[in-house]
Write a protein that binds this ligand. Structure first.
Ligand SMILES: *[C@@H]1O[C@H](CO)[C@@H](O)[C@H](O)[C@H]1NC(C)=O
Ligand SMILES: *[C@@H]1O[C@H](CO)[C@@H](O)[C@H](O)[C@H]1NC(C)=O
Length: 276
């Protein structure tokens, strides 16, 4: 498996619940030539389902992400427990997938535990502007930390960012991020992904316990829009500087600079609020 190519790992992370190697393999060869989907133009979000029969859930799914979270309608859950994240210091890779910038983790990174089940951290990536909205408000950026349990269940922790002070997590990789952006400018556009070794990564901000968060059942917010992912969206936004938002956009394909899928209908779902 070519771990150099972040998209594959992202696809694997998100497709584990489909459990089909065939899909990942057949997608891999194509993605090296061109992006399968984008956020604008002829391959934008409203066209995703028509781009590949395997993307049909993007149009027909009833559990799609992202959503607008209406706080007054969230169901308060009395069984609150602090969600503790146990991540270790590990060597990570920063990857430009052209539709997002991602950090890929090795196998033994650590985990989050929810309802007596462990979900291992596999990958994290950024969207800008945010994908989720709270009471209709969109934020400057959103971080998705993708975790997978041993039996293939996917849990995504979403952190929203408003413009303000620089984000300390991104500050630890700002030079690498800049490098990724300038590599993109200087190299052939046909390359679909670039990877840079970051070294040991262990920001304290990613280990804090989550005291107030929303939880709902959603989907991958990129094709194939696979459903039944658990989303935990942290209620309190963090800060990010304007320069950091620009640095996250710089390495992306021109059609993916605003890599946020529009909000999807809630349908019969409920959003749960956990608060201490
Ligand atoms: C759809 O996925 C199946 C496996 O799940 C794969 O065999 C097939 O090639 C995929 N189709 C396309 C058009 O990518
Ligand atoms: C990270 O990689 C370096 C160089 O390969 C190695 O010396 C170091 O032990 C690694 N650290 C961790 C925490 O894996």
């Amino acid at each position: 498996m070519a771990t150099r190519f972040g998209f594959f790992t992202l696809t694997v992370s998100l497709l584990i619940i489909i459990g089909s190697d065939a899909f990942t393999t057949s997608t891999s060869s194509k993605v090296e030539e061109t992006l399968q989907f984008t956020y604008s133009g002829a391959t934008g979000p409203d066209k995703w389902a028509s781009l590949n029969p395997n993307f049909s859930l993007c149009a027909t799914g009833k559990l799609q992400s992202p959503i607008n979270i209406v706080s007054a309608r969230a169901v308060r859950n009395s069984k609150w427990k602090p969600l503790v994240r146990n991540y270790r210091a590990v060597n990570v890779t920063l990857v430009d997938n052209k539709f997002t910038v991602a950090i890929e983790y090795p196998e033994d990174t650590g985990e989050i535990s929810l309802d007596e089940k462990l979900y291992r951290l596999k990958q994290m990536h950024w969207h800008s502007p945010s994908e989720h909205r709270i009471n209709g408000n969109r934020f400057a950026a959103e971080l998705h930390m993708v975790h997978v349990s041993d039996d293939g269940k996917v849990l995504v922790v979403g952190t929203l960012f408003q413009v303000g002070r620089p984000d300390p997590v991104l500050q630890t990789i700002d030079k690498k991020l800049y490098e990724l952006g300038s590599e993109y400018r200087s190299r052939s556009r046909s390359r679909s992904s670039e990877a840079i070794q970051v070294g040991v990564f262990h920001p304290a901000e990613l280990r804090t316990s989550l005291r107030k968060y929303y939880k709902y059942t959603g989907s991958s917010s990129v094709p194939p829009c696979t459903e039944h992912l658990i989303y935990l969206v942290i209620a309190k936004p963090r800060c990010i500087s304007k320069q950091q938002v620009e640095a996250l956009k710089a390495p992306l394909d021109i059609r993916c600079k605003n890599n946020a899928r529009p909000c999807q209908p809630l349908n019969a779902r409920h959003v749960h609020l956990y608060q201490d």
